[in-house]
Design a binder for this molecule. Structure first.
Ligand code: NAG
Ligand code: NAG
Ligand code: NAG
Ligand code: NAG
Ligand code: NAG
Ligand code: NAG
Ligand code: NAG
Ligand code: NAG
Ligand code: NAG
Ligand code: NAG
Length: 829
């Protein structure tokens, strides 16, 4: 009985408290220091706050739903209420003001021409507006906070110039954590020439610029295209020049900040872990720093020294002594003066650049690239030209009429620019650019380095091999070669034997419901051991499978002795009558292919996870190839054989096809080609020759699949018969590798890492086995600069349609049918 009134009271209180959370300030209802406004859907809150270690009171705006108070906007950032409580009010004339307890006004904005009783309202977009009280005149505000940003840009807010009102909305960093007043750094829209956003420091001038807008993104932030769910807008017309962004999903909380360290920073709130993820910032590397390499210099973060001349054969360092000291700021000068009058000048194309500072450039959106060429050639001040808008095949024209400064190079991103040079300097080929020369140097350097490393590694391995040859390796090879040995596996291998009854019970008598899939030689079931409650995966050898028995023995012998965090762990086996079973630890996240090739689940694999998976597979494979007590070639590495544990750590599984190779052997020749279409290296599929390099090939295919989220045999958009390898290869050659990246990969990834992985993948799938790196170098390359990686050559099969179509037409009909299943093919000799 007593509960009812109590319930009513709490219900009443709840109702009361929701109705008191208002979103407006009116002449009759000001905002007290201890109150907050909450927007109608509860996304934002506004009220008084004090920064850390400060007693000053400010009116600020923050996200209402996240647990870390993040101030997005401050009204009176330079005029705090000191030593007292504040009051935010609006009077009947529409003047919004902040006063202290002695009624001294510290901050105010007056709004004339308001009819009816004025209202200040916090909208659900995060905009704090002043409008007329009568009716909901949404859209027309007498004043809005969005026009006076502090340090943050949130969706819907504009950064830039309103040409009618003359407002230039900029982002200025806080002075310090305990003082929101304008600090040193400011991000603003520069509308001279081709507009772009600049980051400046009040003490040292320009720090960084975004580069001009290319129709899709800023020339100097070439990875924004990949931000899932974000859309970016750049308006440049007679009324405004503004930048803004939108996020379709209101639960995605993200902001762009100019922070006190002098960086543009984009963050994303992670609801699962209740923290901010700072997924992008700029300037990021020395090449982002403004004018790092001076006029006509180009900065390449992956080369050493970073500065080079924009066109190697046409320019030389102005001050060679400083360049030798790694100071490129004087830039480059022409080898031959331009000769405009005689009309002999020409252009050199430089690819993948951040366009030079464009404040003196001229844009004409109506011109084509050819017209742009003519315009530039006929104007003696013109130094370079480029496409203004890259969408739809490119349109519009930018011409530069002063020195070209602040240029950097990208790998697989950025824009093309045509640089004017004298006829005499074009000789060595118009396509010859700074880039290709530096990369040649890089190859030469990395080759020398690579040889040294290999020599060291070889020396190390040779010494290790010498120590252990003849003992374990030979012993196990013998047992592996002895077919009568399987029954003796238990006493020979120290492997727990499970009771058939227990396994049957744990898998619900091998019911269909427990079936996880079909492995190399039979079905795999999920089970739970009764005594320990442990989840297991049971691989049951199909009774009819003669060849399966071989593989079963093989797998038992091999994997029982292997232990590595990136190899699946065998818990035991079960041999009873005709039954042969292997019992593994159960992997709750199944196999990689289930994630990778599924649109929805693919989104769960962010770049961090994918990179960890690549690294894990590489480590597992390195262990197999050289670090384990035996040296093993897996022969059937593919996405479905990579299992994922609860932390998404990869584990290589399915050793049914694996082979041990002895001390002196480097490759084998087999009459029986086993493996999976799409992952098999050319020399193996065609000639039956396999070596560690065949695994490296499969690894390369996997890496490209992980980056792209596409199967190697997948058919691409319009061009049929193009496999992933040739697709990746052609994108690489065109410098458009970023287009390979999986669209479902959410928000953040490091462009450097992605490009490095693509390059590495291509190195691993090169046609000639001797060109492919060993797994030990792969691990090194994963952790090194992209420039130190050699340039990949054409992948195996890239030019052809498939391995079987050219060489052995007899086996063609069933190879297409098996597609992704492991295939076993007997070659007739
Ligand atoms: C805020 O403070 C005033 C007095 O300063 C008090 O009357 C009022 O109850 C307080 N409101 C809340 C929500 O604490
Ligand atoms: C606030 O003061 C404490 C103690 O002086 C100091 O440890 C802390 O770093 C300060 N916090 C900020 C944000 O300045
Ligand atoms: C604020 O109050 C403190 C102590 O109450 C006093 O020492 C200080 O001078 C006051 N500051 C201002 C600006 O009034
Ligand atoms: C940024 O805006 C503020 C306020 O409008 C203005 O005082 C300041 O000069 C601007 N800074 C730059 C670099 O434009
Ligand atoms: C770029 O070109 C596309 C189509 O070619 C057009 O829709 C878009 O508005 C252009 N963007 C700019 C900024 O001019
Ligand atoms: C919106 O984002 C939230 C949080 O990231 C997510 O849980 C939700 O599924 C998303 N909604 C839609 C419609 O995408
Ligand atoms: C500014 O942003 C960068 C990059 O996210 C970060 O490393 C740095 O700590 C930030 N500085 C401050 C003061 O928050
Ligand atoms: C350009 O023409 C002038 C006169 O016609 C001639 O003297 C000069 O040598 C020419 N320059 C070049 C680089 O051909
Ligand atoms: C733009 O032109 C002005 C005047 O000619 C010059 O002083 C300035 O250095 C030029 N800016 C750039 C980036 O070249
Ligand atoms: C060259 O182009 C610039 C920028 O468009 C322009 O100001 C100048 O008048 C042009 N010069 C000639 C000779 O056409």
């Amino acid at each position: 009985m007593k509960r009812v009134p109590f319930l009513l009271v709490t219900l009443f209180a709840a109702l009361c408290s929701t109705t008191t959370a208002r979103d407006t300030v009116t002449p009759t209802q000001p905002l007290l220091d201890n109150e907050t406004l909450v927007s109608s859907a509860g996304h934002f809150a506004l009220g008084f706050f004090s920064p850390a270690n400060s007693s000053n009171r400010y009116v600020g705006l923050w996200y209402n739903k996240i647990t870390v108070q993040t101030i997005l906007w401050v009204a009176n950032r330079a005029n705090p209420v000191k030593n007292s409580t504040g009051l935010l009010s609006i009077d009947s004339e529409g003047t919004l003001k902040i006063a202290d307890s002695s009624s001294t006004v510290v901050w105010s904005v007056s709004n004339t021409g308001l009819d009816g009783s004025p209202v200040a309202q916090l909208l659900d977009t995060g905009n704090f507006v002043v409008r007329s009280g009568g009716g909901d005149s949404s859209g027309s505000y007498a004043w809005q906070g969005f026009d006076y940003p502090t340090d943050s840009l949130i969706p819907g807010m504009k950064l830039g110039v309103d040409k009618k009102t003359g407002l230039n909305r900029n982002l200025t960093a806080w002075k310090s954590d305990n003082d929101p007043s304008p600090g040193v750094y400011c991000g603003f829209m520069n509308i001279r020439g081709d507009p772009e956003i600049y980051l400046t420091s009040s003490s040292s001038g320009t720090v960084w610029r975004t580069g001009p807008w290319d129709g899709v993104q800023f020339s100097g932030i070439p990875d924004t295209v990949t931000y899932q769910g974000f859309s970016f807008s750049f308006l440049n017309d007679n009324e405004e020049t503004t930048y803004s962004y939108y996020i379709g999903n209101q639960s995605v909380v993200s902001r762009l900040v100019v922070n006190q360290s002098g960086l543009f920073q984009r963050s994303l709130w992670l609801w699962e872990s209740n923290q901010w993820n700072f997924f992008w910032y700029a300037p990021k590397d020395p090449c982002d720093d403004y004018k790092q390499c001076g006029p006509y210099g180009a900065c390449d973060p992956n080369s050493s020294p970073m500065c080079g001349c924009l066109v190697q054969q046409a320019f030389s360092p102005k001050n060679p002594a400083n360049w030798a000291l790694r100071d490129g700021s004087d830039g480059c000068v022409r080898n031959t003066a331009l000769d405009c009058r005689n009309g002999t000048d020409g252009f050199v194309l430089v690819r993948s650049v951040k366009l030079p500072q464009a404040s003196n450039a001229t844009v004409d959106t109506s011109l084509s690239l050819d017209q742009c060429h003519d315009l530039c050639l006929n104007n003696c001040s013109c130094t370079a030209y480029a496409t203004a808008n890259v969408t739809g095949g490119g349109s519009g024209c930018i011409i530069w009429v002063s020195e070209l400064i602040d240029i950097r190079l990208y790998v697989g991103a950025g824009q093309d620019i045509y640089v004017r040079v004298a006829a005499a300097d074009i000789v060595s080929g118009p396509e010859q650019s700074h880039k290709s020369k530096t990369s040649k140097l890089a190859i030469a350097l990395s080759l020398i380095l690579g040889v040294l490393l290999l020599a060291l590694l070889g020396c190390f391995l040779w010494r290790r091999k010498k120590r252990r040859r003849g003992s374990e390796t030979l012993g196990v090879t013998a047992s592996f070669n002895d077919p009568s040995n399987a029954g003796a596996a238990d006493n020979h291998l120290d492997l727990p034997l499970f009771d058939f009854g227990a396994i049957a019970a744990s898998t619900n008598h091998f019911s269909e419901g427990n079936k996880l899939g079909e492995g190399g030689f039979g079905p795999v079931y999920k089970g739970k051991l009764e005594d320990t409650d442990q989840d297991i995966a049971v691989k049951r050898l199909a009774r009819t499978s003669v060849q399966g028995l071989e593989e079963f023995k093989n797998e038992v012998v091999l994997i029982a002795k292997l232990q590595h965090r990136n190899l699946v762990r065998l818990l035991g086996c079960c041999i009873q009558g005709e039954e042969r079973m292997l019992i593994y630890e159960y992997m709750p996240n199944k196999s990689l292919d289930a994630f990778l090739f599924d649109k929805q689940k693919g989104a769960l694999l962010d770049w961090r996870t994918r990179y960890q998976i690549i690294l894990g597979i590489a480590r597992g494979l390195l262990y197999l190839h050289q670090d384990s007590r035996f040296r093993i070639i897996h022969r059937d590495l593919k996405a479905s054989n990579i299992l994922l544990d609860k932390d998404m750590d990869p584990k290589i599984s399915d050793f049914g096809m694996a082979r041990i190779f002895g001390g002196d052997e480097t490759d084998f020749n087999t009459r029986k080609v086993v493996g999976t279409y799409g992952y098999m290296s050319p020399e193996y599929a065609m000639d039956g020759v396999f070596s560690v390099k065949s695994d490296v090939f499969s690894f390369g295919v996997l890496v490209l699949e992980i980056v792209s989220g596409k199967k190697n045999r997948g058919v691409y958009s319009n061009s049929h018969h193009v496999n992933l390898l040739s697709h990746a290869w052609s994108l690489w050659k065109e410098g458009k590798s970023m287009q390979l990246v999986d669209e479902s990969m959410s928000y953040s990834f490091s462009m450097d890492e992605v490009i490095r992985c693509i390059k590495l993948g291509l190195l691993c799938v090169q046609e000639r086995p001797e060109d492919r790196p060993l797994m030990s170098s792969v691990i090194l390359m994963l952790g090194s600069d992209i420039a130190s990686l050699p340039q990949p050559k054409q992948p195996g099969f890239a030019a052809r349609r498939g391995p079987f179509e050219t060489e052995s037409s007899s086996s063609k009909q069933n190879s297409s049918a098996v597609n992704d299943m492991t295939l076993t093919m007997l070659e007739c000799r």
